[in-house]
Design a protein around this ligand. Structure first.
Ligand code: G3P
Ligand code: CA
Length: 274
């Protein structure tokens, strides 16, 4: 009787052990061998090969297989949306001072390529409308509102621009907006709920904040150095996607490709797998 009792206990323990083993195996396989292929997003175009945020950079990114172009926008003195990373002109153009102090026509005069290499001397600061029109058939867009607090009303301006763009021809590629400024994304979402918005983060985020952001955001974009499977799962559990940035190391691109990341943003679009 006692022997039978111990045999039953042993069988139950064995059964539970096999169950646990299968469970952890399937989770492991799910995490590491997913069929899911992350969106290939070219950071400022192909900023590893060309002057960032220029037509040359976007062309290169598409040539290298980027599916989406990430770009940064500001407002000029005459309230035109232009594509540029810094709020000042000094680092990447022949101009000086704040971008906001120049009209779009004045900004067009500047050389936005020579700082990178003399062969790019003809590159100019593009208007957002130019980039959208030029690449509309070839790639999607991930537009970053850079320092929106500097430009009151920039969300409405962007919504107006996108409405014009979408009205002129049918849209076949994704258009998404992101920013470090969550309040700005919330405002944009109210103006244009059909366009997905995301919030960029570079620090730890708690579940309460994720829950709040999930009310309007479709994705959270963590800096690659803070992204791990746990953060990824917490974001996805709240129904949002994960696009990580800026992954410029080939091995790390591979690593993120094997996880269930929804998109990878890189200066080197040729690092993505086919
Ligand atoms: O795509 C995210 C990344 O662009 C945010 O940082 O400074 O490169 O615009 P930054
Ligand atoms: Ca950016």
């Amino acid at each position: 009787m006692v022997i039978e009792f111990f045999l039953i206990i042993l069988i139950i323990m064995l059964f539970l052990f096999v169950l646990k083993l299968n469970g952890s195996k399937s989770t492991f396989q799910e995490n590491l061998h997913t069929q899911h292929s992350p969106l290939k997003i070219g950071h400022r175009g192909a900023a590893g090969y060309c002057p960032e945020n220029t037509i040359a950079s976007y062309k290169k990114a598409i040539e290298m297989g980027a599916e989406v172009l990430e770009l940064d926008i500001h407002l000029s003195k005459d309230d035109v949306l232009v594509v540029h990373h810094d709020p000042t002109l000094n680092r990447t153009t022949s101009g000086k001072g704040n971008l906001r102090d120049y009209t779009s026509a004045e900004l067009k005069e500047l050389d936005a390529g020579s700082w990178y290499h003399p062969r790019f001397k003809n590159e100019r600061i593009p208007l957002l409308s130019e980039v959208l029109e030029r690449f509309r058939a070839e790639a999607g867009f991930l537009i970053e509102l850079k320092h929106p607090a500097l430009y009151p009303g920039i969300e409405a301006k962007l919504a107006e621009e996108l409405r014009k763009f979408t009205a002129s021809a049918s849209i076949t590629q994704p258009i998404m907006i992101h920013s470090f400024d969550a309040e700005s994304m919330k405002r944009f979402h109210v103006l244009m709920p059909d366009v997905q918005v995301g919030v960029l983060i570079k620090r730890r985020i708690d579940d309460e904040t994720l829950k709040e952001l999930a009310k309007f955001a479709s994705f959270i974009n963590p800096k690659q150095t803070i992204l791990n499977p746990k953060l990824q799962q917490r974001i996805q559990k709240h129904g949002m996607k994960v696009y990580t940035w800026t992954v410029n190391n080939k091995n790390r691109v591979r690593m993120f490709e094997k996880m269930r990341i929804d998109g990878i943003i890189s200066d080197f679009p040729d690092y993505f797998s086919d």
